[in-house]
Design a protein around this ligand. Structure first.
Ligand SMILES: Cc1cc2nc3c(=O)[nH]c(=O)nc-3n(C[C@H](O)[C@H](O)[C@H](O)COP(=O)(O)O)c2cc1C
Length: 298
């Protein structure tokens, strides 16, 4: 009993030290108190996020220190004039019909992995890229570059890079679950469409802008902005009767950027093979969620 009363304060001190130590550790950067996606419940700290492209940081690049600040510019558009905006206004029946027709058109869009080699006029692609460039962007920075490749030799070099990386992705990086989830789509690392499609459109996000005087300009929300423009591009392709398959070739960005001689501020976001569908094209028989499953009306 006497021994217990002597030990109790000692135990209390040890317990306090232990709790204090755990609190300090939990605040250290890179450690979390609850397991995050990819972490095991056993508390393994090794982050396993195979779907995150190593090259594709999502953050808007922000000036880091005093010296770097001198390389960046502020916007000087304060005096931008504002002009009247009065687009066509349709009668309500027309609004309804147009909304229905557009849904019908877009609901026919499918990711097509079998593309015809038939030529498509360059002017059509110009119009489609022009349309993608109408997307909204953070602070109107328009942080996108669309590289259109039709040269057969260049398409083949792109294919070699993508297939080499995709083979590693499927065998090592993606993990069993991801490969299993993709099995129903019958995709693999062989990408014949990269040779066959008349055009490959590689969409780069500019993580910051570079002005003619060499100064850097912040590109706010560049990834969201470029993703919106990709959505508009997909809609424009569908409208023209062309097809593509949205691809995000994991960890191919740096090699493709060098191959296409793009500057270091550009990161590959998407690669779209574009053309008419092959006459024997097939697609997985997928169903889309009903309106009630995707919309909450309050
Ligand atoms: C961000 C993103 C990445 C994708 N990456 C690939 C890809 O690498 N390879 C592929 O064959 N399909 C890819 N897809 C296409 C999807 O598999 C496809 O959109 C999905 O199965 C639904 O089919 P649907 O587009 O015909 O409606 C991707 C789609 C998105 C939105």
């Amino acid at each position: 009993m006497a021994l217990l009363s002597v030990l109790t304060p000692v135990l209390a001190v040890v317990l306090c030290l232990l709790i204090g130590f755990m609190l300090v550790k939990s605040r250290e950067p890179g450690t979390t108190t609850s397991p995050s996606v990819g972490e095991t419940k056993a508390g393994s700290k090794a982050e396993f996020r195979p779907w995150v492209d190593q090259d594709l940081q999502d953050n808007t690049e922000i000036t880091a220190n005093e010296k770097e600040n001198r390389d960046w510019v502020e916007s000087n558009d304060e005096d931008l004039p504002h002009v009247p905006y009065s687009p066509l206004r349709y009668p309500v029946e027309t609004v309804l019909k147009r909304s229905q027709d557009f849904y019908t058109l877009m609901n026919q869009r499918r990711s097509v992995r079998f593309i015809s080699p038939e030529p498509v006029p360059q002017e059509v692609i110009d119009n489609i890229i022009h349309t993608a460039g109408t997307a909204p962007s953070g602070a109107h920075t328009e942080p996108w570059t669309f590289v259109v490749v039709s040269d057969p030799e260049m398409k083949h070099r792109i294919r070699l890079i993508v297939e080499e990386e995709e083979k590693v992705n499927y065998h090592q990086r993606m993990g069993e679950k991801w490969v299993h989830d993709l099995a129903k789509l019958r995709t693999n690392w062989i990408k014949e469409y990269l040779d066959v499609a008349p055009y490959l459109v590689l969409i780069f996000k500019q993580t910051y802008g570079i002005l003619p005087n060499g100064k850097k300009k912040t590109h706010y929300y560049n990834e969201i902005s470029v993703s919106i423009s990709c959505g508009i591009l997909l809609a424009a392709l569908q409208n023209a009767g062309l097809v593509t398959v949205t691809t995000t070739p994991l960890n191919c960005g740096p090699q493709l950027r060098l191959l296409l001689k793009r500057p270091a501020n550009e990161k590959l976001l998407m690669l779209l093979p574009v053309g008419y569908p092959a006459s024997d094209a097939i697609v997985p028989d997928l169903k889309r969620k009903a309106l009630g499953d995707i919309m909450v009306h309050i």
